[in-house]
Design a protein around this ligand. Structure first.
Ligand SMILES: NC(=O)c1ccc[n+]([C@@H]2O[C@H](COP(=O)([O-])OP(=O)(O)OC[C@H]3O[C@@H](n4cnc5c(N)ncnc54)[C@H](OP(=O)(O)O)[C@@H]3O)[C@@H](O)[C@H]2O)c1
Length: 261
């Protein structure tokens, strides 16, 4: 990861960012890129060992970095973690909602309501819960950046996941637009980054190994390879910076030209 192109955004030096899903993949890359740009960090996901690893890398850039193991589907856990973050830093300037994931391929006929609810809690409700914790402070300070991670599969139908993940990721994009409209007058920008196929972590690589047609999928992209976690992080951190000060309610595709609309 360290050899990859890591973008420079001078405006975020000295800011405070909370990142969910920071233990691996795109969330980890986002945290590291924020750290490299001088942003103090509060990291959340469930696996403490992975959080510790991300923390170590972030601290190597000389920034303050704390973490708390947090299940973002649990409203009380979310509340407690943001309370701790605000106790430590006094504020959150940037929120990157990266935690999420697909439960894999399942036909709609076979999916239960409970399974749908699980995907909902992880991929859309968690974004709402985390935003609720930072919005009052951002409004008070008339400053805030929220970046939500959606998915290509929320913009185009596919064969390798399920209706809950697809429709809820689409929901994140509309969530970003609706919230952007509501809070723009308080100096808060809200955007989505919509990744395509990203070789982000071991979990994703293992998932793809079980999928027979991945190479065919890559061959159909305009850029004929999967993306990297840092390529997505570059887009996330751009939208979290003042270099993107006049961009809000936007969905930024990072998908190798899979969908152009
Ligand atoms: N990779 C892709 O091709 C791709 C494409 C489109 C969109 N995305 C989106 O990008 C985001 C990051 O995914 P990734 O590719 O980086 O995969 P990943 O490596 O699996 O990252 C997912 C992160 O979310 C965390 N997480 C999962 N469930 C959680 C929970 N209940 N509470 C708190 N944290 C939780 C995981 O950590 P713990 O398990 O330790 O909690 C992990 O850090 C997701 O929202 C995903 O939907 C990925």
């Amino acid at each position: 990861m360290e050899k990859e192109n890591m973008a420079v955004f001078p405006s975020i030096e000295g800011k405070v960012a909370a990142v969910t899903g920071a233990g691996s993949g795109i969330g980890r890359a986002t945290a590291i890129l924020l750290a490299k740009n001088g942003t103090a960090l509060f990291l959340m996901s469930r696996d403490e060992e992975k959080l510790k690893e991300t923390q170590k890398t972030c601290e190597s850039y000389g920034v303050k970095c704390f973490y708390k193991s947090t299940d973002v589907t649990d409203p009380n856990a979310v509340k407690e973690s943001f309370a701790e973050c605000i106790k430590i830093f006094g504020r959150v300037d940037i929120l990157c909602n990266v935690a999420g994931g697909s439960t894999g391929r399942k036909f709609t006929f076979d999916m239960t309501g409970d399974e749908f609810d699980e995907v909902y809690k992880l991929n859309l409700k968690n974004v709402f819960l985390c935003c609720k914790e930072v919005l009052p402070g951002m409004k008070e300070r008339n400053y805030g950046k929220i970046v939500n991670v959606s998915s290509l599969i929320g913009r185009a139908a596919g064969d390798n996941t399920n209706i809950a993940y697809s429709s809820l990721k689409a929901g994140i994009d509309q969530f970003s637009k609706y919230l952007a409209r509501e809070v723009g007058k308080y100096g808060i920008c809200v955007n989505s980054v919509s990744p395509g196929y990203v070789e982000a972590s071991r979990r994703i690589t293992e998932l793809w190994a079980k999928t027979q047609n991945m190479q065919e999928i890559f061959d159909r992209l305009s850029i004929k390879r999967p993306g990297t976690a840092m390529e997505v992080a570059n887009a996330i951190v751009f939208l979290a910076s003042d270099e993107a000060a006049y961009i809000t309610g936007e969905v930024l595709d990072v998908n190798g030209g899979a969908v152009m609309a």
